[in-house]
Design a protein around this ligand. Sequence first.
Ligand code: PBG
Ligand code: ZN
Length: 325
Amino acid sequence: MAFPTERPRRLRRTETLRRMVRETTLSTDDLIWPMFVKSKGKDEAIDAMPGVFRYNPSRAAEEASKAFAAGIPAVILFGIPDSKDALGSASWEEDGVIQQAVRKIKKAVPEMIVMADVCLCEYTDHGHCGVIKDGEVDNDATLDLLARQAVSFVKAGADVVAPSDMMDGRVGFIRDELDNSGFTDRAIMAYSVKYASSFYGPFREAAGSAPEFGDRKGYQMDPANEREAFREVELDLEEGADIIMVKPALAFLDVISSVRQITDLPIAAFNVSGEYSMVKAAANAGMIDERQIVMEILTGIKRAGADLILTYHARDVAGWLEGRR
Ligand code: PBG
Ligand code: ZN
């Protein structure tokens, strides 16, 4: 049967009808809010990311509490340490910025899920995600440091650790070390499919984590590749990942969609800094309707197959979803 019998417009006639046949819905339950934490001082605005701030641990706990009250179940923390060295040792200190923030957030809102990004680039003086040997990022020597960091975050109370370094074997290595330390109950959200993307530019300004030399193409994935994503996902599944992440989101919706076909685990997608900044710049220039654009983008990421979305828009979205009811 076809036109004139078939008329798809019949189900688009009123908002209530559209609501009834809607296939994808965005909920605050899907959101993970990324936060930048520094050791002390006033909130610091990040020029490249309007509306995003670096908070000290106490302020981070206040803002996380407000986010939880607004319906956002989880935050993911990125640390800006006071000092950096070749190994990133500030990241596993008992009183490091993340450790302090985790303790304060868990105390303020125990039910909130606190995730901690595990990587060295924010803590190393050279800005790479691993240890440098002979001018290269050494995979195997990095694993031990990542695990030290992960165990330290979890000891402070983190519910989930999220390795973003892209070293081979790190998920299994971190899983073993968590288990050996008695933390069999804490989850790993693996940045399994992480591309070497220019969309991370604003984040590197926010976190002060740009590499001093070279780039990350020797460990992060080539944006041209999709089959390689399957290989990365399969390895992380074998190594014990609990949540699989694809990052960035917008230029990689096809990858989210095909990863959906090969795993039953929850999939998270990272709506990264550059994606956020582009929307903010266009909105602040009066070129687009920010609210409509953000809802369309996040709904698209869910429709592609993501269960969870890490997004700097989380607080705004929670407000809009609340207002809609
Ligand atoms: C650390 C890390 C990065 C992001 C998340 N974890 C930056 C990078 O790999 O250079 C990017 C997040 C964003 O752009 O919002 N490795
Ligand atoms: Zn890194």
